[in-house]
Write a protein that binds this ligand. Sequence first.
Ligand SMILES: [Zn+2]
Length: 279
Amino acid sequence: MPALSEVIAALDALWPPERAEQWDAVGTVCGDPGAPVTRVLFAVDPVQEVVEEAVQLGAGLLVTHHPLYLRGTTTVAASTFKGRAVHTLIKNDIALHVAHTNADRADPGVSDALAGALDLRVTGPLVPDPDDPAGRRGLGRVCELDPPMDLAAFAEHAAKRLPATAQGVRVAGDPARTIRTVAVCGGSGDSLFDAVRAAGVDAYVTADLRHHPASEAQQHSPLALVDAAHWATEWPWAEQAAAQLDEISDRHGWGLRTHVSKIVTDPWTAHAASSTHNH
Ligand SMILES: [Zn+2]
């Protein structure tokens, strides 16, 4: 059975922390490097429900995509919700490790997992990392959809293949438009519209699209937009990451048990469709 430090070293090799954005807060939040690890839980959000799930599982390590603390703090008191998570983790000998923008840019990364969930064939990164000679790392992915589908069918496909959320999938564009090429970016992707346009794809799958960037993208070109819940676009990474650690565990004979949280931590809990006769 490996020590936490050995498992973390393996995770750092998958998602080197130095490749995270400057503003990000990745790495180990709490945990004893010498503690033995037998079970690992992967999830998107380090929220209390997920921490409780790690306790129930008897996990020694919780790996999440989103940081618990993105900015500095002066308290981990259990009277704060983040401090409560820290207390629950430490009392139950559970380490917390975060791989955020370093997992976004990795090969394979968060957007590879999203592309895989949607049966898309990745042809390259949307914004390549200049320091990757293989040209595989970077933000977002450019993909092919084979066979092509019209936008309405592709949106149905995405809604079926991504984990269920209250939001479901929102679409912008002509539903009859044929989709052959797709850019994907797990999480909030509305800063990448210039790269999406430069890639010349038929559709862009991401999350958290806001009115103005989406409206301007539509005015600019007939790009179709497929907007899913933030959590749903990043959840496939948790499955991908668990499979990567399984493979490492097999190679080292560690016998780790990995789990992927199925708790929906998207904050939106209901969706009411507008009625058409309200105005
Ligand atoms: Zn995210």
